[in-house]
Design a protein around this ligand. Structure first.
Ligand code: HEC
Length: 429
């Protein structure tokens, strides 16, 4: 699909998690926010991005709490388990399971051979379903990582959801098919629909809602019988969310609008109009009234779903992809792992980390106006290509003990060189 061909990062990073809360400015993603999830306790939001990272945000303080770095490509889907563990799934075909505060995933689920684009957690929390562009759906045991494969879609599978009793899975694909897999049998019931399908959700009463590339929502009964249709817009719908009470459906279109649909009346209550860029991800908070959206500009926004009004200004984020100007530059790809926290130019808003504008020749922790860790202020390091390379060869904890920067290393000397060459150019204007 066309929208897959977004910027891809080739950062060869080891897994990294910010263990400590980053307490400066609101941080943001350096690429489109492709996936969003809210924790069961309602305290945290997890976002996954084309910039290859996932960020856990505190909804209370509106700050980035930790950055999850493991995937070698876009993070397309994210989920929370009830116990607070987090799941990320990537275009690198991998699924990672994380415990809060750990620097590496606890578990990596491997088996898909194409990008994983959607996740669903079983109602009892024991299994996880994934949809992939390898045309399969997998059902994973979270206890031992074993998986069952469901094959039958003739094209990319774009969405997956559990029935409320957990006994069947619903998947939708670009092949215009909606499949209902009864887990005891494994053979699907197939419903042919008139348009390629990009997402699916199932309400707690069992009603199925599928999102079409023709801008229409199609509602089906638990058994797959047609039960209504709503035109959400003319542009393909790329993301769906259901409010906890099951009353509202949010359907995000690639054109940048989000239709808020009342499920009972099958009518569009509101259309949220963003500034014209695609919205890639939507999720309701547990109040069933606040919608959170993730955009192609890397921003995460909050809306009142009833009134259609934005809440506050922008919740989190950065302006348009700051690396767009460096497309094709390997060093810029390596820097994608940094862009969530560091600006390159003094004109950009400061993120969780200090701006790197004017970095070369600067003494460590000397940038005026940024609150550095005390431990850094007495170190005798001046930033050059050599010292920056060393920082990521040894890792911040070893080279600059006491730092707030999350642990991360760049294993390849070639990548370190590409990064420092890039920084020399990009931080000197
Ligand atoms: C999750 C946020 C985060 C990420 C990702 C991150 N950094 Fe940092 N970085 C920080 C923070 C916070 C500091 C300030 C450290 C302190 O004061 O303890 C910092 C400090 C630095 C410094 C020292 C700056 C100075 O003025 O002394 C450099 C250089 C740096 N980071 C480069 C990078 C590079 C290059 C990457 C990507 C490979 C990266 N950082 C990724 C948060 C991050």
């Amino acid at each position: 699909m066309g929208w897959a061909s977004c910027a891809r990062a080739a950062a060869a990073f080891l897994a990294v998690v910010a263990a400590s809360a980053v307490d400066a400015q609101l941080a943001g993603h350096g690429g489109a926010v492709r996936a969003l999830a809210v924790s069961a306790d309602g305290d945290s939001l997890l976002s996954g991005s084309f910039d290859t990272s996932a960020i856990r945000w505190s909804l209370g303080t509106e700050t980035a709490v930790e950055v999850l770095r493991y995937h070698a490509d876009a993070v397309n889907a994210v989920a929370f388990l009830k116990d607070g563990r987090m799941i990320t799934a990537g275009a690198d075909a991998r699924i990672a399971v994380w415990t809060t505060g750990r620097q590496q995933p606890d578990q990596v689920l491997e088996g898909h051979t194409g990008p994983v684009v959607a996740l669903a957690v079983a109602p009892d929390g024991s299994t996880l379903a994934s949809a992939s562009w390898d045309r399969s759906v997998r059902l994973w045991s979270l206890a031992d990582g074993a998986s069952r494969v469901f094959e039958g879609h003739a094209q990319n599978v774009n969405g997956v959801a559990f029935a409320p009793d957990g006994r069947s899975l619903v998947s939708v694909g670009y092949d215009r098919a909606l499949r209902i897999w009864r887990l005891s049998e494994g053979q699907p019931q197939t419903v042919a629909l008139p348009a390629p399908l990009n997402a699916v959700v199932v309400a707690s009463d069992g009603e199925i809602v599928a999102a079409g590339a023709d801008g229409k929502l199609r509602l089906l009964t638990t058994d797959g019988k047609p039960a209504g249709e709503v035109a959400a817009g003319s542009a393909p719908i790329v993301a769906l969310a259901l409010s906890d009470d099951g009353e509202l459906i949010a359907a995000a279109g690639i054109g940048g609008t989000v239709a808020i649909v009342e499920r009972k009346s099958r009518s569009v209550l509101q259309t949220l109009v963003g500034p014209g860029f695609p919205i890639w991800s939507v999720v309701f908070l547990h109040d069933a009234a606040t919608l959170v959206t993730g955009g192609a500009d890397g921003k995460i926004r909050r809306w009142n779903a009833q009134s259609g009004e934005p809440i506050g200004s922008n919740l989190f984020g950065t302006p348009a992809d700051p690396l767009a100007a460096y497309a094709g530059d390997h060093g810029a790809d390596v820097f994608r792992a940094c862009v969530a926290c560091h600006a390159l130019s003094a004109k950009e808003a400061q993120r969780a980390g200090p701006t790197l504008a004017g970095l070369f020749g600067r003494k460590i922790a000397s940038l005026p106006g940024y609150r550095f860790s005390e431990a850094l202020k007495t170190m005798d390091i001046v930033w050059t290509a050599e010292t920056i390379a060393k920082l990521f060869e040894l890792g911040p904890n070893a080279y600059t003990p006491g730092t707030k920067m999350p642990e991360q290393r760049i294993g390849s000397a070639e990548d370190r060189r590409a990064l420092t060459d890039f920084l020399a150019r990009a931080t000197s204007q």
